[in-house]
Write a protein that binds this ligand. Sequence first.
Ligand SMILES: [Zn+2]
Length: 194
Amino acid sequence: MKNCLLCKSDYEEVKQRLTMRQVVETYGYKVNGKGTCLCPFHNDGHPSMKIYPDNKGFYCFSCGNGGDVIKFVSLLYGITNQEACLKLIEDFALPIKTENLTYREKREREKKIRERKDLEKFTKYAYGILNLYRQLLCEASRNPRNSHFVEAMQQLTIVEYKIDVVKENPQEFYADKKAVRQIGAIRERIINWY
Ligand SMILES: [Zn+2]
């Protein structure tokens, strides 16, 4: 038995590193095209457990059990949340050191988690702004008399390129301060559109 202390950031890190679907399937429950699977927590005849994307967890519409990846494993094996968290770290060979962390290592880890959260938040925000801008430009590009027509001609492919970068390489995009500032400028354009 490992004598280890899990802190809140370990739980966060486990949750960030694993998707709900990945965990459910690893422990033997196939998720179908509708994003549901047979519920292990009641006698389920047809899939009534919803597996949510973006790490929003699971919920069974028949028995009402729900939660995150840790909760799922804790219910499935009848173990505590801490044991479930450790089990996930071991079963998925997550690079999370659970013993004898120095103060510095803890700080480092918390910093990394914070950075990842910031990146996630920014990506969602940037993606929303760029998509909306693209829609407005598309609309403007269909009518030469539209006051934004020239802008649409100039910007549409650029914006589409940016959307691709945000989707495929959010880290790089976020690290580019100029690109980040431009998102703010685009937001201003959208606000004053009509
Ligand atoms: Zn159920």
